[in-house]
Ligand binder design. Sequence first.
Ligand code: B3K
Ligand code: ZN
Length: 876
Amino acid sequence: GQTIRLEDYRPTDFILHCVDMTVRLFEGRAEIDTRLVLERREGVAEDAPLVLDGDELTLTGLALDGAVLEADAYTATPDRLTIRQAPARDRFLLDIATRTVPEENTKLMGLYRSNGIWCTQCEAEGFRRITYFLDRPDVLAPYRVRIEADRTAAPVLLSNGNPTESGDLGDGRHYAVWDDPFNKPAYLFALVAGDLDSIREPFTTASGKPVELAVYTEKGRAGQAGYAMDALKRSMVWDERRFGREYDLDVFNIVAIADFNMGAMENKGLNVFNHKYVLLDPQTATDADYAGVETVIAHEYFHNWTGNRITCRDWFQLCLKEGLTVYRDQEFSADERSATVQRIGAVRRLKAHQFPEDQGPLQHPVRPTEYKEINNFYTATIYDKGAEIVRMLATILGEDGFRKGMDLYFERHDGDAATIEDYLACFEAATGVDLSHLAVWYNQAGTPTLSVHEDYDAGTDRLTVTLRQSLEPGAAGTRTDPVHIPIRFGLVGSNGQDKDAVPTQGPDVEGDVIHLTEAETTLVFENLGERPYLSILRDFSAPVNLDFAQSEADRLALARLDPNLFNRWSVLNDLIGEAMVRACRAGGKETASPLPAEIVDAVLATAADPALEPAFRAQALALPAEPDVARMLGRDVDPQIVHDVVDAARRAISTAGVQVFERLAAEMATVQAFSPDAESAGRRALANAALAYLTAATNDPAAAEAQYASASNMTDRLAALGILVHRFPDAPASQAALDDFYRRFETDELVLDKWFALQATVPRPATLETVIALTGHARFSMRNPNRVRAVIGTFAAGNQLAFHRPDGAGYRWVAERLVELDRLNPQIAARIATTFRSWRSFEPTRRGQAEATLRQLLETEHLSTDLGDILGRSLK
Ligand code: B3K
Ligand code: ZN
């Protein structure tokens, strides 16, 4: 594949005015007639050809201004249509007829079929698999779409915009016409046709506009769409209140699809979802699933303004819509749930996914400057680090300043395909704040380190704090200049209250935020009355590695006292992580506890504190996971040692805390009817954490077995099954529970994914043999992305002991599956291949095995651009 570069950006030679399509669906084929109104852009040479993108297309007709084009007037290949002589000045009509076979589209990009339903996925470059087009985000137009299909096979016909017309065609066929008045790029096009059930609800926007909302599902599943509908309505209200953004069409449709490459897609007025993010009920979905649905529904809805009304000029600007929309969905969830607990979850995910990406061979700036395959850039860096930059912007400007900048952005750029520069310019114009140091975040790959040094002089009652930022050069080869790091902080007194912390020397401090824009700076605080505890980087106000040798005593005090709850969690979590790292470096001698008694006590005190909300207490009990510890170790990682250390830490807490856990298990047990709200979910999380520790203390699966049998909801049932299968894999009770689970939920693909994933993550080397068997199971399919992710993806990403087996068998098995998968669905293959990215951080044996596997894989013939790109960069 060739490299696309940001510096090469230039507008298209031709302007597109509108799109009119007729899509005729039949068993085994789709016929697509597309009429484009085009015009040569002013200043473009009169002999410049019109070049349209295609991908695996068959051209069946072509006419210019109504006249069929002679064979020598154009060249058509499956991936390009070149028209040699397009009119020099006037607008002209181009009629293109193409034909595709949706049933054979295993890439799930473009028009395909999922369980009989016709559906589309066009972002990033799927529209060119439907028709020849100027398939890039800066080509916007209104669309009119007519769909024709058999009425029995597809009573429901949907596309973007508003429905305008429908009727009978005879012969059992019918049609519907959809009009989307808003200019949009092709990646937001969507079409769905099938025999679907739905639920509907009216909504009235703040200014009184009525909107008909609908969620469509496969037959018989609409009863599971109620929570998604509820989340949609809450999202709509929230966007009106928080950002003043109203919905703009007469209808808003969501469709749940079983075979989907990603989570969901924000097509204008017709969001298409992986059914995992729509279908729920207490018996089949966990609290985490409910939270996931709420987030993804909100995210896709929020794209209507940040992504659709204002889109990206080119794919290098992807974070303009994704980072911003993640920030918006995080803020929504913070408002709907517990802000602190949501932030802890977001930071855990950032560190688990984005940090390793940014610190390894696949690192890239939040706004990349080149790519080979854009689908490989829908990454944690674009999404989550992109959201962190928006969060820093909000921290720097304050709530009012941020809102003013957002208002100006919506006003200035509505209808545009914009850039990051456009975005930042709005905030500078609205507030007068210089954002040049913040802008640097977009262009540099890697996680900066923030080093903190403190020195308190009791004689003069002065606290001196030195802050230093640094960035290691990495694989992306980008610059390492200082960035604007907003550091939220507090000086906590022994009474647990923040002192007035106005420095007598040092850089800008606004309220509780230090603005570090230089490589290094020093602050001096005076007249404190006592040595305060320095609470730094509150709420993780910047995505940095914190390097602060704060004493254990100070951190334990902060874990009890800090008025900032996020930091109470983070100091404790860091202490645990650092202790685990020390134990790993010492070789992980399994007899001694890796956790000092004071840390164990602090964890238990937090878990037992009735003044804290249960969800927060559950977070305090959730230890750093094995991959977190591996990341902190950084090099020469031996996953077996990491596993033993994490396990020993768990046992240390469980033995010391038996009484606490017995009490919690009883107090938090589900008594009332199931409710998915955050409060109830927090109680279940704490109860299930207690159950896990209790079974570890007793080394007896009985309590988990009992909970499995009596559970009244999936959260409690799956938690119990997880303990059984992961901690007691050979106990007869575990196998019995697994079999029972399968029988109970056999007909529900989403629950079966949980059954597969649980077995693929049993932490022991022999799980490789289990997953080999699972891929032979009658219900395994290489064609369903959810199932592939549940078995192969979770194995590679979540099974440190089996994937990283020292004999290399785990690597080789995954590599063989990737070759198979690559022929069917390159996007999914490339995504799973990123699980190899940290290969250099392992000890020499595994490192050698992984490298040999990757090199051999890269030699495979006919590798897709997607997979080839990931492998090539991973080996760089
Ligand atoms: N914009 C889509 C992701 C498309 C991924 C294409 N490979 C979903 C989202 O971020 O909302
Ligand atoms: Zn998005």
